[in-house]
Design a binder for this molecule. Sequence first.
Ligand code: COI
Length: 355
Amino acid sequence: MSITLTNKIEITKATTSKINSVDFDNLSFGAVFTDHLFECDFKNGAWQTPVIKPYAPFSLDPSAKVFHYGQAIFEGMKAYKDEDDAIWLFRPDENFKRFNSSATRMAMPEVPEEIFIGGLNELLKIDAKWVQKGNGSSMYIRPFMIATGAGVVANPSDEYKFMIILSPAQAYYAGEVKVVIAEHYSRAANGGIGAAKAAGNYAGQFYPTTLANKDGFQQIIWTDDATHTKLEEAGTMNVFFRINDTLLTAPTSERILDGITRKSLLAMAEKEGIKTEVRSVLASELVEAAKNDSLKEIFGAGTAAVISPIKGFSYKDEYYEMTKPADSYAELLKEKLTSLQNKLSEDTFGWTVKV
Ligand code: COI
């Protein structure tokens, strides 16, 4: 997917760079942004001239619909730099497709490929020196679209802003992750927006997650809203369980995000000869497996977190913990995936795309 913009892109370069003030060895996730951003507005039924300009705050009408009705979507992607200083994206076509599915679900206009992918390529070229080399370093990419049309009538906006911002990244979760299985709150419901990367899906998690944090848990394993028995996602990630030697994860649905890391790990695990099953996993099954020691591992998987091992879980006020096995699937798959992404091993899947 080598897309370049045919519409002339207006580029204004920053006069100074912040790069020398950044400690790339101690980055908090999503806290530092590069010198430039990409922006394209949708007005009068059409996408306008795309722009790359210095990263800076901008103003909107206080009645813009994004503030009142949360008409907003985003993606999470990553870029990597290889030993020869070439920059690579990981499965950008998948993020592009999912972004436009989210747009459709949220009654927003689709973003053309030449704006999404073409704009991203140009932005990465301009801020190329910000992309750090080495396994564990990446450039987190945040494309997003917000409803900018003014007016508090509750209907879809007629104006939108699509932007891409870049944030150099290391690990998302520092330290161990313990989770609590949701018994009351829900992340998503059938017919809702759980499968879209809609901003409100994340805001809706903040309150229950804060409650969980107070009890010493970093994240929640979300369950199905109807019965709270099926395990669906872990916080902001898809979730995998290893029972004996089988790797299990829930099928995608209207409630579950079709994670790109999730589907990549399933393919990699199969290639490694690991037995995988995509099926509903019940909370009761997890408890049983923890009790008879067949539950070997739980881990979350997502673009930001990559693979985040989960040390233990709480369900119905009981806490269960696993001992990390010597042949950890989480460690094996993380090493395979990040080496492929960082171009330190051969990409036999054809997932990496040069900028
Ligand atoms: C990602 O993994 O890219 C996500 O979208 C999760 C985000 C909340 C950091």
